[in-house]
Unconditional design. Structure first.
Length: 445
């Protein structure tokens, strides 16, 4: 494999992928992409990532590794809008759980593996709270690479995601520690033995994740919504979304950027603490990162680890912090934190609205509700909430919330401060008797 650097050898900052638009001309208008739908037998046009390849113009077609990622939907959700406090027709859910591995990660992994093929990578690795490992393992198979290496923290991966990594053939290394520890170790190991690193420190992965925004614009007939609301963990999505809109503005393809709201879980709220409480900003490319270092030092001194039921965003040291600050500046963004109670209640409302999502996804809806209550989001503004992963990524949390087993509720949710299942849909237990069954149906329907 050619030597690959994802950070600057001089300053240590993460790198960006930048394009010379004079050499790689973009389309004249976003609606030009609609023509790709008539050629869906072409794998590049079928992909919800590569049909926008003029906006991520790296690699030749023979380099592309695709598994049909990006076949996702933007759905108007009036029932969820009522819960959030928005008028009918103003809330949309972008459901990335329809990707082949069940999460948004496939958008980025197709781009990362395309770059991996360009540099003739032989083996790939990642640290993961679960979704990255599942996507990595699937794409390793598609690219005919050997067994990938996955680093996870002790007890820090939901069963639905661990099952995928194991079944898809990943070598899973479980270390004593959390995601932040696993992230540090995988970077060290990758440098020492020459592994291709597939985490969001990889700027090519973020290029693929940009396309989530293109599909949203496509679903809105190329109109820009007022708000994009996204869960915030390692901040790869937030960073990618900001870059997408910066480039579209530069190219004159949109008149304005939407506002961006990044929602932390309260148990993993680094960005919220730094931005909303300490006033950390992009500052024209010169953010005061000493504030972040001081925050991390205080976490270490207190022995405080990230702790939330939203395992996909259970991260205290987001590697894309600087890029997320840039995204907030581009999109006039805000950051909020949602408790696990608020996240799970929002998740239940998303479910009854027709989509099943993992807990971290519902942070976007919980955050939109908070911002609406504050008056930051107006009742008639058009809001898109990103649902990052499928319901079955973490079935344990869902069953604990809706189920009748108080011990399971306490063990899974109670220790994280969840005191009630506000919108529980509990199973009804009845005798094995026809009349009793019919009576129960009549009573609870």
């Amino acid at each position: 494999m050619a030597e690959v650097h994802f950070d600057c050898p001089r300053c240590g900052d993460l790198l960006d992928v930048c394009y010379d638009w004079d050499r790689t001309p973009p389309p004249r208008g976003l609606s030009d992409f609609e023509a790709k739908w008539s050629n869906r037998n072409d794998p590049l046009c079928f992909s919800g990532v590569w049909r926008f390849r003029e906006l991520l113009p790296f690699g030749r077609p023979e380099h592309v590794v695709t598994i049909g990622e990006g076949q996702t939907v933007l759905q108007q959700a009036d029932a969820v809008a009522r819960y959030v406090g928005l008028n009918p027709g103003r809330l949309f859910l972008q459901y990335e759980g329809l990707n082949p591995s069940g999460s948004f990660k496939d958008n980025g992994m197709t781009a990362a593996f395309t770059h991996a093929r360009m540099v003739t990578a032989r083996r790939a690795a990642c640290a993961s709270t679960g979704n990255t490992s599942a996507s990595l393992a699937v794409f390793c198979s598609a690219a005919s690479l050997p067994k990938p290496i996955v680093f996870v923290g002790s007890g820090k991966i939901a069963y639905g995601k661990l099952a995928q990594a194991l079944d898809y053939g990943a070598l899973t290394i479980q270390i004593v520690g959390d995601f932040d520890d696993a992230m540090m170790r995988v970077q060290q190991v990758a440098r020492q033995i020459g592994l291709y690193l597939a985490n969001s420190v990889n700027p090519f992965r973020l290029e693929g994740q940009k396309t989530i925004m293109y599909r949203i614009l496509e679903g809105l007939r190329w109109e820009v919504p007022e708000w994009i609301v996204v869960p915030g963990g390692n901040l790869g999505n937030s960073s990618a979304f900001g870059k997408a809109f910066a480039e579209l503005l530069e190219l004159g393809l949109i008149p304005r950027a939407p506002r961006l709201a990044i929602i932390n879980a309260a148990g993993a709220n680094t960005l919220y603490e730094l931005v909303e409480k300490q006033g950390l900003t992009w500052n024209n490319g010169r953010p005061d990162m000493s504030r972040a270092e001081a925050h991390y030092a205080s976490l270490d001194a207190a022995g405080k680890k990230a702790n939330t039921i939203a395992s996909a965003i259970e991260i205290n040291r987001p590697v894309n912090l600087k890029k997320a600050l840039r995204a907030l500046a581009i999109c006039d963004g805000v950051v909020r934190e949602a408790t696990d109670q608020e996240i799970l209640d929002a998740k239940a409302k998303v479910g009854t609205g027709g989509f099943g999502c993992e807990p971290a996804s519902a942070a976007s809806v919980a955050g939109a509700k908070l911002l609406r209550a504050e008056g930051i989001i107006g009742p008639d503004e058009r809001v898109v909430c990103i649902l990052t992963g499928h319901l079955l990524k973490d079935p344990v949390a869902t069953v604990a919330y809706h189920g009748t087993d108080q011990k399971q509720f306490d063990e899974v949710l109670g220790k994280r401060g969840v005191r009630r299942a506000s919108f529980a849909n509990r199973p009804v237990v009845v005798p094995n008797d026809l009349n009793e069954i019919i009576r129960a149906i009549e009573l609870y329907s």
